[in-house]
Design a protein around this ligand. Sequence first.
Ligand code: NAD
Length: 471
Amino acid sequence: MNDLSRNYINGQWVDWSGDTLDVHEAGTGEVIARVPSSGREEMEQAIAAADRAFDSWSESTLEQRIKVLEQLHAGLKERSGEIAETICREVGMPIKLATAIQAGMPATMTKSYLKLLPDFPFTEQSGNSEVQYAPVGVVGCITPWNYPLHQVILKIVPAIAAGCTVVLKPSEIAPQSAYILAEILDGTDLPKGVFNLVCGLGQTVGDTLIKHPDVRMVSFTGSTRTGSLIAHAAADDFKRIALEMGGKSASVVLPDADLGAAVKGTVNNCLLNSGQTCTALTRLLVPADQHDEACELAAAAVAKMTPGNPLEETTRLGPLASEQQRDRVFDYIRLGIEEGATLVAGGPEAPDGCDQGYFVKATVFGNVKPDSRIAQEEIFGPVLSIIPYQDEADAIRIANGTEYGLSGAVWSADQDKAKKVASKLRTGQVTVNGGAFNPQAPFGGFGHSGIGREFGKWGLEEFLEVRSLQL
Ligand code: NAD
């Protein structure tokens, strides 16, 4: 059992002797770690430390910031095996994928900022004005459990690069990688107080962070429900917010597309991390006359997703991160059946031989009505809804017919036609014919999926205020 009864405040580990929160292993349900259920006082101490550190860090040189990020990058590489196993156990992502994604992405994203920073224009000329980009101030970072370290890195790396100081409140469900991160940063040249970590519940320490007057920005990834609370709290003293929230993304298969490739690509995307991915393509839109074939192809594709112990190399489908999340997904599968959708594969139970832990069968529904709840609400589990459409206009209307707008896909034999449809989707990113993930491309959502962008220069600009000097 990993005892992590401490917070990292003002460059020091501060022991915690109050209530703790249990962290469970997704594949077995066993308690594997304990973290503090910190109080508002600890959060206030961390905010005060970040506030004290701001004046000096905001004036640090670019070389100083780059050096710290290089040290961070080296630490992430060095501890990648430990990061992968920790997140595999907490979240349930199979180890092979966790190594590439949960441990690999944080290093990749840090590296992408190291490449970008030397040429980033922190000052530029516009006519007779010098435009300066200044750090926002103390930033509160609040993150979820599904990609726990990646989501933290996307906030703290650009924030530190911008000259901001940060207080991180990680997810209480998957907090251990944030401790590894704090240990790595503790070994760098980052001055004390620039990075602080306080663990605890959203309604206590999270609430203090989003409402504190000395916090000038909240960068949040998580549910739309919590994002809305943050937006309301920020309105009171005009804090800046960056919100990355839920999704219900559509994969639109045009009539001339390679149906087999489109269904396979969509199923793989939908089931990544057992569906616990905000960008998951959870709605597969197919021409009505190809619906039955698409259902058969999807059933065959999910049959190949071997469920099992996420620590085993051959496992392709792991469990969900928590009991609560598993039960929520079971409820949605039952709801889909009640709503009259056709159950093509899976169902509201664990796969054979997976009685312990938080497993759910990979599930496919056919003949899903676009306005049914399973087609409208984020399920966050391994559940795909196949929706037949009549023509292109109908497909675009269905794709845009939810309150979300995070991701999407278009498949067609004609790339220009696919791009034309993609540009009509009200969503922050669209994959055309399975185009590769790009860590330099802006990431974020339309509508209820978010405000602001992460990745690359767009992610850095979120943490910068603009000042113009008329000369
Ligand atoms: P959540 O909103 O319940 O929790 C996220 C974080 O917010 C946690 O750290 C939690 O403790 C904190 N929090 C909860 N209540 C709070 C409050 N009242 N005040 C301050 N902080 C509070 O979300 P979750 O269940 O951990 O994560 C799943 C959700 O995250 C899904 O909806 C998913 O789509 C979304 N997500 C979005 C993205 C994206 O980039 N758009 C990425 C990953 C996950």
